[in-house]
Design a protein around this ligand. Structure first.
Ligand SMILES: [Mg+2]
Length: 230
């Protein structure tokens, strides 16, 4: 059985360890660009809070700037600042339970990662989070395209029927919808933006709130398979 993980906010705690410091940078640069806020800390908390409830950084910035009645052209400055990630200077953490959990899972399952992003950056994040890449049979990182193509390639290559494959990810439309369209199973990691209410429940087989919950689910499943003699 194959389990495919998304990376950001599924294995790596991107929203707390990477995105939050970047929002600070974005706010600083928008202020340099002419944004006026009375209280920096309050504005920063406002940005963080908004970002928990939107579908994208652009939407967060649009709502934030309209609240402050600021020029929407500052959105571009904010978005650029969010891309200035200095991986070497950032302390990157995995989600709680990931390091121990992957060790348990790899004993019974084939594991893989399909992530959208810049390959060198995503690999550096894995390294800095202390996640051993040897746990995964395949790591696919791509800047472009629908994940569906990569999921299909993976289960064909690893000779697994799609019904025996599970995708775990925090973003329903990017991570889970393509999985369901391929008859794979899907687990929605409710982390980062994944915490937001999602109206696309038809693409989610199960919602999970921690990595530990995921492990106990798969442990039960593999024990059942042993009992069944499979
Ligand atoms: Mg993600």
């Amino acid at each position: 059985m194959l389990i495919i993980f998304d990376l950001d906010d599924t294995l790596i705690d991107t929203s707390h360890t990477i995105t939050r410091p970047l929002w600070r940078k974005a706010l600083e640069e928008m202020i340099q660009g002419g944004l006026q806020v009375e209280d920096f800390s309050k504005a920063l908390f406002h940005l963080w809070a908004l970002d928990q409830n939107t579908q994208s950084s652009s939407e967060t910035l649009r709502l934030f700037l309209s609240f402050y009645q600021a020029n929407i052209s500052l959105q571009e400055i904010g978005l650029k600042a969010l891309q200035k990630i200095d991986v070497l200077q950032t302390k990157i953490q995995p989600l709680p339970g990931v390091l121990e959990g992957l060790k348990i899972l790899q004993a019974a399952y084939t594991l893989a990662v399909v992530s959208k992003g810049v390959e060198s950056l995503q690999r550096e994040k894995l390294k800095k989070a202390g996640i051993d890449t040897a746990f995964f049979s395949k790591i696919v990182i791509s800047e472009e395209g629908n994940k569906k193509v990569y999921y299909k390639k993976l289960f064909e290559e690893l000779k697994e029927p799609p019904q025996n494959c599970t995708v775990v990810g925090d973003r329903v439309l990017y991570d889970l919808k393509p999985a369901k369209e391929l008859q794979m199973r899907s687990r929605h990691m409710k982390w980062g933006r994944g915490k937001v209410y999602s109206p696309w429940s038809e693409y989610v087989d199960q919602e999970i709130y921690s990595f530990k919950e995921l492990i106990s689910y798969f442990e039960k499943l593999s024990n059942l398979a042993v009992l069944d003699g499979n």
